[in-house]
Design a protein around this ligand. Sequence first.
Ligand SMILES: [Zn+2]
Length: 273
Amino acid sequence: MKVHHLDCCTMHPLGGRLVSGRGSIFDRCKLVSHVVLLESSEGLVLVDTGIGTADVADPERRLGKAFLTAAKPELDPGRTALRQLERLGFRASDVRHVVLTHLDLDHAGGLADFPHAKVHVFRAEHEAATSRVTRQEAQRYRPIQWAHGVDWVLHDVAGGERFFGFERVRAIVEPEILLLPAHGHSRGHAVVAIAHEDGWLVHAGDAYFHHDEVADPPSCPAGLALFQRLVAHDDAARLANQTRLRELKREAGGRVRVFSAHDEEELAAFTGG
Ligand SMILES: [Zn+2]
């Protein structure tokens, strides 16, 4: 299965060293939006979507002022998943499945660019994003991003297989793409495992933000640790996921490559950027 690693929205939040671990505390940081495009046996599959062409065209309405001010995203239509896959010679309608780690606005913005795709997400995440019962959920989810009508496939966390330390795993495309329950950052957050060559690629979404969080021993720049704690739906569960990911790396050794949605160095290790 051919795999493409894309950055579908570069963001530049304040916080400098407190977020990135580098430079001065007054620098702007760089966070990527790591999206994976898979040429699977069932057609193209996207894991996460970043922000989409409609977000770039109408950022205040689609993304909201608070996010634009805090995250300072580069609003470049050429960076959207749609434009990047077109440059690879594909069309929007070639994307058969979109698998989302969660529905935060920087992950779900591209949905409107792929109206023909089935969109896989855990049911608890879909409920959180559509009911938005807490103030935090009202801020993080933008219903306008799925107002065009989405062909949802909602997965329950029940039954299912094991994948290393993760239980009750759902298969999206058998046996190549798996949805692993990892709530914590958000109410129904998932980690996505992708069979590749003789091992696995594991897209951890926002289960962690900095590569050192899954290193042994783990560490994280203070500002980034605080940010993650503040936006977590369930902080203890979030930290337990990080422990599970560290164990996965230890147990699987070189057969598994784990990466998060926003870490620049992890993306560069795939793209050579
Ligand atoms: Zn995110």
